[in-house]
Every structure is written in C-alpha cells, then in structure tokens.
Design a protein around this ligand. Sequence first.
Ligand code: AMP
Length: 381
Amino acid sequence: MILPGSTIGILGGGQLGRMLAVPARQLGYGVAVLAPSGDAPALGLADHAIRASFDDLDAARQLAQLSDVVTYEFENVPGAAARAVEEHAPLHPNAALLELTQDRNVEHAFLDRLGIPTAPGCAIHSAADLTAAVVRFGLPARIKSARGGYDGGGQLRITDAESLHAAHVKISLSSGAWRFEAEVPFECELSVVVARSASGELVPFAPFENEHLHGVLHLTRWPARASEGALGRALEVARAVAEAGGLVGVMCVELFVEGDDVRVNELAPRVHNSGHLTIEAAATSQFEQHIRAICGLPLGSPALRSGGAAMVNLLGASERRRVRLDGAAEALTLGARVHLYGKDRERPGRKMGHVTAVGSSGDEAVATALSATSSLRLVGA
Ligand code: AMP
C-alpha cells in the first residue's frame, strides 16, 4: 500500500491530471507532474512540476525518483518514457497496457483474442490495402490512423468515390499504419469506466451514455438508456478487458450498442471524459477511485447517488488568451456545477471545461445541464 503522505507522479498535465490531483491531495498525497507545456492545468496543483517533453527520458526518470507510484493521464505518452519510469517506480496502469492501447491494430488484435466484437475491419499500410479493404468490407467506412489519434482526429470517413480518392491520397502520403473500419449502425454509444486494484478487486461504474459531435464527446447521460442485455454485456466486456490487461487503476471501454449487442470502439487506459460526472453524481468519483486503486487502498462504491446525472463539455470557440467564463452565476443558480480547467489559451474545439447536473431522472439532469451550458460563454479578459 502506498500510504497517504507519499507522492503520486502524473505523466501529463491536462484537465485529467488536474482532476486526479484534487482527490490525491485530499487524501494527503503529494503530487508531482511532468508536462511539456506551461499552459497545463495540473501544474498549478502540483507540489513538484517538471516542464519537459515526454521524449525526455531523464525527465521521466526524475519524475519516478520523486514519486512512490506513477500514473498517466494521456495515452500517447511514449512507451520509452513509460519504461523509463518503470525502472524507478511502479507505473499504473502498466506500460504494456498503455502500449497496447496506443495502436488501434494491436488493440483490435487483443480484443479479437478475447472474443470481444469490434467493427469489421483490418490493418492497412498502403493504397493497395485500402482498395482491397473496400472490396472486402464495403462502404461507408472510416480510416483511422493506427497511432496518435484523439477525439476523432486522424480519421477520414469514406462514403463515395471522392472521399475514397482523398483516403488513397492520405494513405499514400503517410508513412504510418492505418486501420480500416466499416461503419457499424448503432442506437447509442456507451462507455464503461472500470477500476481494478492489484489485489484483483474489480469495480465498474454502471455504463454512461455518450453523444458525440464531430467526433468529440458532447453530452454524457447516466444511467444509460440501453437494453438490460446491452448494459450487462458492456459490463462483462469491461471486466474481461481489465482482467486480461492486468489493469491497476481506472480505464475506459467505449462501445457501440445495437439492441442487446455491443461492439468495442476503443480503449483508454485512464480516467475518461465520460466519467467526469462521477465527481458530483457517484459515491466515489472516477478520479478518487483511480488514486485508491493505484495506491492499493480499498475501492469505493460506484453507485449513482440520485435518479440521474448529465455532463456537457465546454469547448473553445476561437483563438484567445486569458480566457474568462461569463454566465457562471446563471448556471449555478440552475443547480448545475461548473468546471473550468484553467487553460490560458482557448482554441476552437479545445476542451476548456464542463458542466454537470444531477436530478431525479436522466432527462431532468440533461435538461438542467444543457440549459446551464447555454448561459455560459468564454470571453477574452
Ligand atoms: P473514435 O475517435 O474512434 O472514438 O471515433 C469518434 C466517433 O466517431 C465515435 O464516437 C463514433 O461516434 C464515430 N465512429 C467511429 N468509428 C465508427 C464506426 N466504425 N462506425 C460508426 N461510427 C463510428
């Protein structure tokens, strides 16, 4: 057990790191953060701040030497940095699970081995592979860069001859691998955030229901409105992935749902945007659960404490510095909770904060969260 008073290292300084630092500090842990940019929301909550690139292996070793246990809040941390950390301190989730989820093709091979359904598709490395994949799986489809994609980035939708041509050009010009994925019909998207500790204790949150806009999460609703069969299957899949990956900490499994069937879209070996509403809505937040799991403390109850909860992301609209949030008074008066991540620089589509509401039902919570969000506006100072 890593006793309170010890230090937790975090690779990455974004909002996830910041929201991890809050319960870590509440439990009495020191926090060390390694982040490449000065505009990193977690740095302000860190006892030790290391500003360095993730490719700087000495900086990764320095973080590990300052820490009793290390975690990460961003899945594109280079495998070499993760392994450098592991020379000096335990890293949770482990570097092998991190590396597995960094490559969509490796991730799909892992899910195939477990017999977990995904969208039909294959790895592609050339324009000729793309032509063959279209013949084999049909259109509409997506090509997704195997590595480095995030929030729908590095993806192209192929529906017709014109987009197929654009995909051929993209693949011909790139040196990396891609995944070709047939588009699957779905009624809704779910995510399961599951916690596991080194002792094997495994505690999933009930599934969240997610709506995306332009590939980025817009709204999360809890409880999800899928069939009992799909909800049960989603939990089974999350448990199987956590066991097989030797998870210690929290991870997220994203799924497509059609009737009682689920298919995994992707895995994230970290706390997840869809779990932000657990801060207000659950008996234990995903962030506290992660800290407990990596420190060997008993896991908390994942129960939803009200009839329903909802979260809406606040995305940047323009290029601005020194951002302020207007309308918080109205949002708070409605009973919503407002989170602003403290990013100095706003950019279109950048996650700047979020709004959470709880209510007697999911519908009520969604209505409050949307109405509170409509009163909020990012402005320049
Ligand atoms: P991703 O970055 O892979 O999570 O994709 C972002 C969003 O695009 C997903 O949340 C889905 O809404 C949509 N999407 C991705 N892959 C597929 C697929 N194979 N079939 C249908 N929709 C998809």
